[in-house]
Design a binder for this molecule. Structure first.
Ligand code: ATP
Length: 347
């Protein structure tokens, strides 16, 4: 997809959007509600006509100036949020529906193989109304995979499932997609889901991609405050650049490439705050307001001590069980790799 632009009347839904997905790669489109994710997917599928830019699948241009290949000729597999199975067809007939250019025996064999692969072969003769949500999702995936299209498009494919089932279904879907070797583009608004599923994530905002990279790179080297906050809670401080640094109560951070005198915002992930006992003869830097174990980690609510400046409320996340008492004073140090400095008012 190159330089895509699309508007619904006055609403600009997609703007200068470019992305490529390689065979065998899972790419997630991630962003807040209304940022244009579904529109990108619909453009790729041919359900919307491209107004600007071009799209090619497997090297063949399918949309662009003077070019228009209709959805049924694009050879893409689609899985919608509500699965959209044909209610009057059985599971096997749903999967068989998109198989063309094969004789009856080949179709039957392909259908059996795909149903077995997604683990619903025993449900082949059932109708969609007699399936659970998880089973419907698997049938929808089987239907999309059956014709071996070069591209699979998934629009929030797990959002209709309850949370425990969702984890299982995600896991199975990821392995199926990776094994099938097709290019996959999936829409989600859930950062954790995108990190679980994706080889790369395209973070979208107001119709364009802000940053496209591997999940670990987005988390550890976010391009701006929007991307930083999309992946976790953050402690937000403000400051002014002095001698190339910004001040925080727990140590200075480099503000490069910002200039002295520029206003900065400082985003500190909760796991960047390291908590320890106050060494003899020193004063601590923060007081505990509350501590709670949240399962795999503990969350400690802190307030910076008055002697180090204005009181600031902060969250620290510590692996495992770490529950200091209310009002205990601690020494806080900062892991600068998980703290980010950006120009203020970047939006
Ligand atoms: P969500 O996560 O809520 O599904 P999204 O990121 O997928 O959102 P889109 O559905 O692509 O966003 O919508 C992008 C913008 O285009 C939104 O402002 C939306 O209101 C608008 N929009 C989408 N479809 C139409 C339509 N058919 N007619 C008019 N406006 C539309």
């Amino acid at each position: 997809m190159e330089g895509l632009g699309h508007a619904y009347g006055d609403v600009k839904a997609v703007n200068s959007f470019s992305l490529s997905v390689a065979p065998g790669e899972v790419v997630c489109l991630l962003g807040p509600s209304g940022c244009g994710k579904t529109t990108v997917l619909r453009l790729a599928a041919g359900l919307e006509k491209v107004q600007q830019g071009r799209i090619a699948i497997n090297g063949q241009e399918v949309a662009g100036p003077g070019v228009w290949v209709p959805p049924e000729d694009r050879n893409v597999g689609l899985v919608f949020q509500d699965f959209a199975l044909f209610p009057h067809l059985t599971v096997a007939q749903n999967v068989d529906f998109g198989l063309t250019g094969m004789d009856d025996e080949e179709r039957r064999a392909r259908c059996d193989e795909v149903l077995r692969r997604v683990g619903v072969a025993q449900l082949a003769d059932r109708y969609p109304h007699a399936l659970s949500g998880g089973q419907q999702q698997r049938v929808a995936l089987a239907r999309a995979l059956a014709p071996s299209p070069p591209l699979i498009l998934l629009d929030e494919p797990f959002s209709g499932l309850d949370s425990r089932l969702r984890d299982q279904v995600r896991d199975r879907t990821l392995h199926l997609l990776k094994r099938s070797g097709q290019a996959t583009l999936m829409v989600t608004h859930d950062a954790e889901e995108a990190m679980f599923m994706a080889d790369r994530i395209a973070v979208m905002r107001d119709g364009h991609n802000v940053q496209t990279d591997r999940p670990d790179a987005l988390y550890c080297e976010p391009a701006d405050a929007f991307v930083t906050e999309f992946f976790s809670d953050v402690n937000r401080l403000s400051g002014v650049v002095e001698k190339g640094d910004v001040y925080t109560p727990f140590g200075n951070l480099s503000a490069a490439p910002m200039r002295d005198g520029e206003k900065a915002e400082i985003l500190i992930r909760p796991e960047a705050l390291r908590l320890g006992a106050v060494p003899d003869g020193e004063e601590g830097s923060a007081r505990v307001l509350a501590s709670r174990m949240l399962g795999r980690s503990s969350l400690v609510h802190l307030c910076t001590c008055r002697q180090i400046g204005e009181e600031i409320h902060l969250h620290a996340r510590v692996p495992g069980r770490f529950l200091p008492k209310e009002n205990e004073v601690l020494q806080v140090t900062l892991d600068s790799k998980q703290a980010f400095v950006f120009p203020a008012n970047q939006g």
